[in-house]
Ligand binder design. Sequence first.
Ligand code: AHR
Length: 300
Amino acid sequence: SGGSSGSDDTKGSGGDTIKVGFSQLGAESGWRTANTDSVKAAFTKDKGFDLTFVDAQQKQENQIKAIRDFIDQGVDAIAFSPVVETGWDQVLQEAKDAEIPVVLVDRTVKTSVSDPYATYIGNDFEKEGETAVAWIKKNAADAKIFELQGTLGSSAQVDREKPVDSELGSQIVGKASGNFTRAEGKAATEAALQAYPNMTMIVSHNDDMALGAIEAIEAAGKKPGTDIKIVSFDGVRDGLQALHDKKINYIVECNPVYGDQIADLVKKVVNGEDVAKSTIVPDEAFDQTITQETIDARKY
Ligand code: AHR
C-alpha cells in the first residue's frame, strides 16, 4: 500500500488505500450473486480499497491458490468464504506466518490452527435450521422428508441439517446433495421422486435448489407446495415469488447483503482496532402470507 501519502495515517480513510484479496467460493446461487454484488459495492476505490476479487467456482483448490496469490502480493487483508469447513490448516497458517489478517465471511471453518482468523461475519445457519424445524413441527408435523442438501461439508449444509436431523430424524426418508445449484437440485429431486415415492416434503438447503425441485415435481405431474411441500432457505426474489405462488411453503431468510459490514471489519482489523470475534447477520422468515410488495422490494 506504499508510504503514507495523506495527512491521515489511518488506512482506508483518507490515508493509504487498503489492499484486499477476496476469495469468493463461487457463483452457484442467487444468494451468492447478491453477496458478491454487495461486496464489490463496498470495497470501492473511493471508499479506500483496492480489491482483488477471485471466484473459485466451488473448488477448494482454487480458493487455496487465490489465498496464496494474495499472500504473495502482500495484501493488507484477506477475506474469504470457505466452500467447505475443513482443509484450510496449511493456507491459514501461511497467512498467519505472513502476518496478514484474515476475515472469514459467510461460512465457517474447522481448523487446528490457533487464532486462525481475525474475525468472522455471517449468518447463523444452525438457527436458520431451527426456525425451519419449528415451522415444520407446527404446520406439517407428520411430513415424510427428503432433504435436498447443499454442498456437502460446507457449514451451510452441516449446520442447517443439524436441527433437522436431531428433531425430525425419524421422518427423513432420504437425502441427496444438489450442491446449492438449481440444475443439480432438479436432478437430485428427479431421482428422489423415483426413489422415495412416499415423500411429502422437501427441505431444501437453498432457494435455487428448491426452484429446481419445483421443475422436477411439476414435470412428474405433481403439485409443488401441495402434493409435496417445500421448505427452503435464503429468500431471494425468485424464491419469495414461488412462495407467494404457493409452490414453496416456508422460507427462512439468509441475508446476503452485508458487504459494508465486511468492509468496516476489514478496515478495523487492518488498523489494529478491536473487533468482536464473530458478527451474526440477522435473518427473518416468510410464509405464504408474504405480500407482492415485499417481493417487489427485494433487490436480489
Ligand atoms: O453459504 C450460504 C449459502 O450458500 C446460501 O444459502 C446458498 O444459496 C449459497 O450457495
